[in-house]
Design a protein around this ligand. Structure first.
Ligand code: ZN
Length: 155
């Protein structure tokens, strides 16, 4: 298990060092900003669609290693997929990080499981996926984790 955790960490660090599809997308069909105020992560995820298929997906912005790596892995995982498939993968990632499922995701997304060890960082990992969902819906509004935080603080 320790070896697996080391591998997971290496995957995350690699994607953070060399983020894939980290660029501005020309003529996007949808762009959504994800803002995680708690950590200071600000990402913009943009998609270009051909009917229901994602032909291109890219992100820009800045954030911690976990948010950048998760966004990088997200772009590779959903490019070429349909909107429905991409949303299903996003839901699986969110469930995994929320601890609602224990089965593994296809590599390299399984590496995100390592983030469960750091509950305060889960939002860093889900940010790009939430922004993707908005971009796929054609939304241009920003999503922010602040509402969630305020709710948590009230409890
Ligand atoms: Zn973060």
């Amino acid at each position: 298990m320790a070896e697996l955790e080391t591998l997971y960490r290496q995957v995350i660090l690699d994607h953070n060092r060399q983020p894939r599809n980290f660029r501005r997308l020309a003529a996007p069909c949808g762009c959504t900003d994800g803002i995680n105020a708690l950590c200071g992560d600000r990402l913009r995820v943009c998609v270009r669609m051909d009917d229901e298929q994602i032909t291109e997906v890219a992100f820009e912005g800045s954030g911690c290693a976990i948010s950048m790596a998760s966004a990088s892995m997200m772009t590779e995982a959903v490019a070429g997929r349909t909107r429905e498939q991409a949303n299903a993968i996003g839901e699986a990632v969110t469930s995994l990080l929320a601890g609602r499922r224990t089965d593994t995701l296809p590599d390299p997304l399984g590496a995100l499981a390592a983030v469960r060890e750091f509950p305060s960082r889960v939002k860093c990992a889900t940010l790009a996926w939430e922004a993707l969902r908005g971009a796929l819906a054609g939304e241009h509004a920003a999503i922010t984790t602040e509402d969630d935080l305020q709710q948590q603080n009230r409890i």
